[in-house]
Design a binder for this molecule. Structure first.
Ligand code: MN
Length: 227
């Protein structure tokens, strides 16, 4: 088969302790999955069904030392999140076995153009370009899950050494098995899909020159500077 343009490149990320790399298929993100963050965004943190949005696979960039401040925003926000990388797909996955579909975990940043998102919300238009812009999903290397699935542990983000976000994985409104179960009723999940599991309270603006350092206990860390 000949193709009229160069074959699009599959985005991959490093796997801790392996030479193999993890290929990314799709990026699903959960909105408002920590009660205090729902409140800070002006919403009622009732346990309504989780909702999802997406980023393109090539929005994922590995924990780069430096990232260019994105264009078309003056209010870039950080959202530190636990990310699950799926090694097995499926539809209508039972929460009881959902974690068997997880290949590993990473620390991710759901970078958000909050000003663009606010306009889209007000006009009842899609958020896509506020969330799915180039390099909007910085990611650490993936740690293989094995039998270890982080269900509690600190999740924090510092900007220039000052703590901005803090929470615990146990505070998720919908834990990962439920998220996978819900998502697999809407799409057939596939190996290579990533799931960003939501951010704790304390989201805020990032300026040029800021250094972000995010940590998820038991998973890893990510550090980068916007220039
Ligand atoms: Mn998020």
């Amino acid at each position: 088969m000949s193709l009229p343009i160069p074959t699009p490149v599959v985005t991959t990320v490093a796997i801790v302790g392996r030479h193999e790399r993890f290929p990314i298929r799709r990026v699903f993100c959960v909105g408002r999955n920590y009660a205090e963050h729902a409140v800070e965004m002006g919403h009622d943190p009732q346990r309504e069904a989780p909702f999802f949005f997406m980023k393109p696979a090539d929005a994922v960039v590995e924990g780069h030392a430096q990232l260019a401040y994105p264009r078309s925003t003056s209010d870039l926000h950080h959202e530190i999140e636990l990310v699950a990388a799926l090694g097995r797909g499926g539809a209508d996955i039972d929460p009881a076995v959902a974690l068997e579909h997880v290949f590993g975990y990473a620390v991710g940043l759901d970078m958000t153009k909050r000003d663009i998102q606010a306009v889209a919300k007000k006009q009842a238009r899609p958020w896509d370009l506020a969330k799915g812009f180039d390099a909007s999903a910085p990611l650490s290397a993936i740690v293989c899950a094995g039998q270890e699935h982080p269900q509690r542990g600190a999740i924090t983000l510092d900007v220039n050494g000052v703590r901005r976000q803090t929470g615990d994985l146990a505070q998720m409104i919908w834990p990962l098995p439920d998220i996978i179960a819900f998502l697999s009723k809407q799409v057939v999940l596939q190996p290579g899909d990533l799931v960003f599991t939501g951010t704790p309270a304390g989201v805020g603006p990032v300026a040029k020159g800021d250094t972000l350092h995010g940590v998820v206990e038991g998973v890893g860390e990510i550090m980068l500077t916007y220039c």
